[in-house]
Design a protein around this ligand. Structure first.
Ligand SMILES: [Zn+2]
Length: 399
């Protein structure tokens, strides 16, 4: 069944036809008028109440349909998650950095929701995976500690913000002290009053402009300047010296388990997450910042490689990104030229989105932007009719 899905026009989205979200929506619905000056940030595929999908033909809400046909979810999914689709599938087009954030684990999410239901609207955890469609930039997890120490030593403005004593504690820490010292240091930075941040940011911006190219590269000058232009004087600009900066190539992925700090910076990606909207934010955002909660919950372990590499090749055309959770996995179906292909049945219901190319199945044509809901254990006989082949992603439950 084809789905009609919601677009979220958050301010950080790419504008008009620059946005992959807008292009996909436009391709599947030619009646849609794209406003060139409006942001198209996210396409939501699933049953989340803040952007529920509907069946294209009957206009029935997908969740209502699932409620009347719960067997479509598959036995294992129902045992584990009840009669609910456990994941939310998205496309993101990021022009401007998203807030520095982390997502609570299940237990913590329940507690936050209970204590502050207006801020934390649901009790579910929100592990997420992002798979790049275009070169994609993000901050993710703490850097190897030697890198953080080196930035702290060389950037006097950063030292001023966290204070000499706390900076020295981290710089001189031994391995068993590192996590505590890093937590103290990061928390101190995030709690700095706005006025102090403004003073140090301005001093640093002017110093960066006078550095030679080598030093600018070493200090990630253009990234700092870009974030500063998007969020002038925001403490988040300095967070680049604590978190790994990664550039994903199309097809590369990053998985964010609970309590891992991250921020998406630029590019288009496929994203899949547990069905939740639970975010604790603390920088690069005009939204509410819960610095206390964020700094308390983060995992302060340091490390370099954060790309997700557990990708299993199912056959010639399908590879599966299966993170260590039960809520979801994502398959990438890729064909280089026109051919026939039988999409393997999944034990759970799934949602597919066509990113490139077109195919015919059961006499219906699906093309770029088409979104399908597949019942559990149903396969799909596809005839790819585009000479350039096909690129499609499929989200399903990993229970
Ligand atoms: Zn996130």
């Amino acid at each position: 069944m084809e789905l009609t899905c919601c677009v979220q026009q958050y301010a950080w989205g790419k504008l008009g036809l620059e946005s992959e979200v807008a292009l996909l929506k436009n391709s599947s619905d030619s009646n849609l008028l794209i406003n060139e000056s409006a942001p198209y940030a996210e396409l939501w595929m699933g049953t989340h109440p803040n952007g529920p999908s509907t069946l294209k033909e009957s206009k029935i809400n997908l969740e209502d349909w699932i409620n009347s046909n719960p067997e479509c979810l598959g036995e294992k999914t129902r045992e584990k998650f009840g009669n609910k689709l456990p994941f939310l599938f998205k496309v993101l087009s990021v022009q401007k950095a998203l807030s520095i954030q982390a997502h609570p684990n299940k237990e913590h999410a329940e507690k936050l929701h209970k204590e502050n239901p207006n801020l934390y609207k649901d009790p579910n955890h929100k592990p997420e995976i992002a798979i790049a469609l275009t070169p994609f930039e993000a901050l993710c997890g703490f850097r190897p500690v030697e890198e953080i120490k080196s930035f702290l030593k060389s950037i006097v403005e950063l030292q001023n913000l966290v204070g000499q004593e706390i900076a020295s504690q981290l710089i001189n820490s031994e391995q068993h002290q590192t996590e505590a010292a890093l937590k103290a240091c990061f928390t101190e930075l995030m709690k700095c009053p706005d006025e102090r941040i403004a003073v140090q940011t301005n001093a640093y911006i002017s110093r960066l402009s006078k550095m030679d190219q080598d030093l600018r590269t070493k200090n990630l000058a253009s990234l700092f300047e870009r974030l500063h232009s998007q969020f002038p004087g925001d403490v988040g600009c300095f967070v680049i010296y604590f978190l790994n900066y990664i550039e994903l190539l199309p097809g590369e992925a990053v998985f964010l388990g609970p309590n891992v700090p991250h921020a998406y910076i630029f590019g288009d990606c496929i994203e899949c997450m547990a069905c939740s909207d639970n975010v604790v934010r603390a920088g690069l955002t005009p939204k509410f910042r819960d610095v206390e909660t964020l700094c308390e919950m983060l995992i302060y372990s340091c490390g370099g490689s954060v790309k997700f590499t557990d990708v299993r090749q199912l056959d010639e055309h399908t590879s599966v990104f299966a993170p260590p959770i039960e809520d979801f996995a994502v398959a990438k179906i890729e064909m280089k030229k026109s051919s026939k292909y039988k999409l393997k049945p999944k034990e759970s219901a799934s949602i597919c989105i066509v990113i490139q190319g077109r195919f015919i199945a059961d006499s219906v044509v699906y093309k770029r932007g088409s979104i399908l809901f597949l019942e559990a254990n149903k396969s799909l006989d596809m005839e790819v009719t585009d000479e350039k082949g096909l690129l499609m992603f499929q989200a399903f439950s990993n229970a």
